[in-house]
Design a protein around this ligand. Structure first.
Ligand code: HEM
Ligand SMILES: [Ca+2]
Length: 727
């Protein structure tokens, strides 16, 4: 049975599965209610799962060999992370953990909750999983991906001055909080229909939840036939880009991968779903606008979490706002990016300014199709999604340039500093700038003043912060990453273009889907178009964060037949998110008094008619759907409603107060007051001024549409750090 003994035929695999099923049945009869034999049941569960894992691998091999799974055409992938030996190892343990819990439920006819409350079972589970963990050289802990100890943290020489790359040891007593490869914590417990991993179902017996695509068609379609959506009143496209840039600093949830990292396929020819553990294909109506009946959806890889809970997820990157998208979340990633010379990051030098280095790996999430093969190339950065769209790659480029510029300034102030000293301090300043811009500019547009106060998101204007609280786990919560922060998908435009110096003339527009995973617009002509892209992104309005999604993402995501809103809804079910009303309750907001009290939901923009047609009960509504449709927070300029406001507010508070290296803190973790005063002056606009050649003027806030522009050379209006303070 071992995978080392060569491939099995399909027939043999099926036979094995039959045998395992039979064994299960027999075991079930034997074990049912024989609680004194808890250990035997747990052992049986894991034994069965080892067989099941072997046949899972055999099946994956078959899918690969038959050409079902594979490296899909470049740029047509919906997998947004790279495969490493470690992720394969984690996938195995995740599989075993979920499988064993399913088996237990099956073998005992008890729910996971009942099992959790039965000490005999929990003892048996603990002792057997301890053996599994003990035998694992990667030192896994019960509910964390891996385990770092406090004494290991204390052995790191500058553990109080500089962050680790993966975020471990930020919290000395809980070294894995917020670390790369840790399990995503939750605000609310997971909800699965079998308690383990099956998507939730309707609260009404015998009813089903509406399909994600049916919901997407009914509530998220653009009213204009060509997929254009209404524009935002005051936010520029740059605010959409900044949201994605920050998203890529704080969360990356891996999906299942196939044999040798092959992309998993969940539908035969986009028509019929393939039955396999890795998939939750989205079934569509025959009369859909898209010419398919089955949409690809690969499930997230279960976290190797051996607590007796339902399915959990991993965050592959550091949760902190620590510029990990610039520097990477591991030594290996940084090694590929760092020049190891005078503190600098690697760049590709061009006449119009430095560009990101080239990604030389074979699995870049990037396509160069049909453009300019002479000039185009796939970029490398600290986050693997850098090539997803040009506005995002632009911000990556900006901050690598800013790092190298800061290094030059620091080297002038401190001529004796080594490569490491220059690099570490520049990284720390870049971290600070990204936190500062996020809270000082981006969050101010997201919320109203009340939210800023309620969640303590206001920045100080002088002095150091004393707010650090080592009891706060800053890890990115599932509800935040899987639903709330994805509000930004509604701000994605249908088309983009370049803007000329007069700030009025645009080039011919390009369909947004053609720019996805294709860096052409950013890197072509040796990057000389970057200036025109900056002008466009900082003057044109973003799409409104509302119920209309651009055709570019709702029908043509990645220039294929994918719908991002359908993926978001299905992802919520994949991740076990409780329904919208549960979240309202947890946020202290009103909930309808009964399952059909639709008229009480006066906070739904545009009314509840479409929802009522689709959902059997108000208590069935998906968090993403309810959250996106909510009226915005009252006040001048909020983008989100009260439920997303609550989830986003709490997470951004955790990221501020639960970060030992929060930039407003005093030295050694933070900065002296005179250095901090310099950092506080900086705006995103001034970072553009310093790093984009020939950019002569820009408005005060690059994220807001404003007609008043300031000269880049005006130090008072476009201030930057005076590095004399570092001398
Ligand atoms: C053109 C721009 C963008 C594209 C093409 C894009 C695409 C995607 C895709 C394909 C996913 C994975 C969906 C799934 O299968 O579950 C995703 C996830 C996500 N997106 Fe976007 N996105 C864009 C912009 C944004 C923006 C502006 C924000 C926030 C303001 C955002 C926040 C998120 C978050 C939080 C996730 C979950 C990440 C994770 O847990 O791994 N995205 N996006
Ligand atoms: Ca990070």
């Amino acid at each position: 049975l071992s995978k080392h003994e060569g491939s099995l035929t399909k027939k043999e695999i099926e036979t094995i599965e039959d045998i395992v099923d039979l064994l299960e049945e027999r075991e079930k009869e034997k074990q049912l209610m024989k609680k004194e034999d808890a250990t035997a049941v747990v052992e049986t569960a894991f034994t069965n799962c080892l067989y099941k894992y072997d046949s899972f691998l055999e099946k994956q091999k078959e899918f690969k060999n038959k050409g079902v799974d594979g490296q899909r055409k470049q740029g047509k992938r919906n997998r947004l992370f790279k495969i490493t030996p470690e992720s394969i190892e984690r996938q195995k343990l995740g599989f075993l953990s979920i499988c064993a819990k399913r088996q237990l439920v099956k073998l005992t006819d008890l729910t996971l909750k009942e099992l959790r409350e039965d000490t005999e079972f929990t003892n048996a589970w603990d002792s057997i999983t301890d053996q599994i963990i003990g035998g694992n050289k990667k030192r896994l802990s019960k509910n964390k991906g891996k385990r770092t100890t406090t004494s290991e943290c204390q052995a790191i020489s500058n553990v109080d001055q500089y962050r680790t790359l993966d975020g471990t040891c930020n919290n000395i007593n809980n070294p894995d909080w917020g670390a790369a490869f840790s399990t995503q914590p939750r605000f609310l417990d997971e909800v699965y229909s079998n308690g383990v991993d099956e998507p939730r179902t309707s609260v009404v017996p015998n009813e089903e939840l509406p399909g994600p695509r049916a919901l997407s068609n009914a509530v998220f379609a653009a009213t204009s036939a060509d997929g254009e959506t209404p524009l935002e009143g005051f936010n520029t496209l740059m605010s959409m880009n900044w949201g994605q840039f920050i998203d890529h600093d704080i969360v990356l949830t891996p999906t299942y991968s196939g044999e040798d990292g092959a992309d998993i396929v969940c539908c035969t020819d986009n028509t019929a779903p393939i039955q396999r553990d890795e998939c939750l294909a989205i079934i569509m109506e025959a009369d859909d606008d898209l010419p398919i009946t089955c949409m690809e959806f690969v499930r997230s890889a279960p976290a190797p979490d051996l607590s007796l809970s339902g399915n959990q997820l991993t965050n592959d990157i550091s949760s902190f706002i620590d510029a990990s998208m610039v520097y990477g979340s591991s030594e290996d990633e940084l090694t590929a990016l760092r020049a190891r010379n005078g503190g600098k990051m690697k760049v590709r030098s061009e006449a119009g300014g430095d560009l990101l280095p080239k990604d030389r790996s074979s699995d870049a999430i990037c396509s160069l199709d049909g453009n300019d093969p002479e000039d185009d190339y796939c970029q490398n950065a600290g986050d693997v999604r850098v090539n997803v769209q040009p506005g995002l790659g632009l911000l990556h480029t900006l901050f690598v340039r800013e790092h190298n510029r800061i290094v030059d300034e620091l080297a002038a102030a401190q001529p004796s500093w080594t490569d490491d000293e220059l690099f570490n301090e520049a990284r720390k300043i870049v971290n600070a700038l990204i936190q500062h811009i996020t809270y000082n500019e981006w969050l101010q547009n997201l919320f109203n003043d009340q939210t800023i106060t309620d969640y303590n998101l206001q920045l100080l204007t002088s002095g150091n912060s004393l707010d650090y609280d080592d009891t706060i786990n800053p890890g990115i919560r599932v509800g935040f990453a899987t639903a709330a922060l994805r509000f930004g998908h509604s701000m994605i435009p249908n088309k983009i273009a370049y803007m000329a110096e007069d700030l009025a003339t645009t080039s011919e527009e390009t369909n947004m889907e053609l720019t996805m995973t294709n860096p052409h617009m950013l890197v072509n002509e040796a990057g000389s178009k970057i200036l025109d892209l900056v002008r466009y992104m900082t003057t044109i309005q973003a799409s409104n964060a509302d119920r209309q999604f651009s055709g570019s993402v709702r029908n043509k995501l990645f220039n294929t037949v994918l719908d991002l809103t359908s993926l978001n809804i299905q992802r919520g079910r994949d991740h076990g998110l409780p329904s919208y009303t549960e979240w309202r309750k947890a946020c202290g907001l009103s909930v309808p008094s009964s399952g059909d009290a639709w008229s009480e939901m006066t906070y739904i923009r545009g009314g509840t008619r479409d929802l009522r047609d689709l959902y059997a009960s108000v208590y069935d509504i998906d968090l993403y759907v309810g959250g996106m449709l909510e009226q915005r927070l009252s006040g001048d300029a909020a983008y989100v409603g009260e439920t997303f406001g609550c989830i986003l507010g709490q997470q951004f508070q955790n990221l501020k107060q639960g970060d030992r290296f929060w930039y407003e803190r005093a030295e050694p973790e933070g900065f002296s007051q005179d250095k901090l005063q310099e950092i506080r002056k900086v705006t995103l606009a001034s970072v553009f001024c310093k790093n984009i050649d020939n950019l002569t003027e820009i408005q005060r806030s690059a994220l807001r549409q404003q007609t008043n522009r300031n000269d880049c050379s005006d130090e008072r209006r476009n201030p930057h750090i005076d590095f004399n303070v570092w001398a």
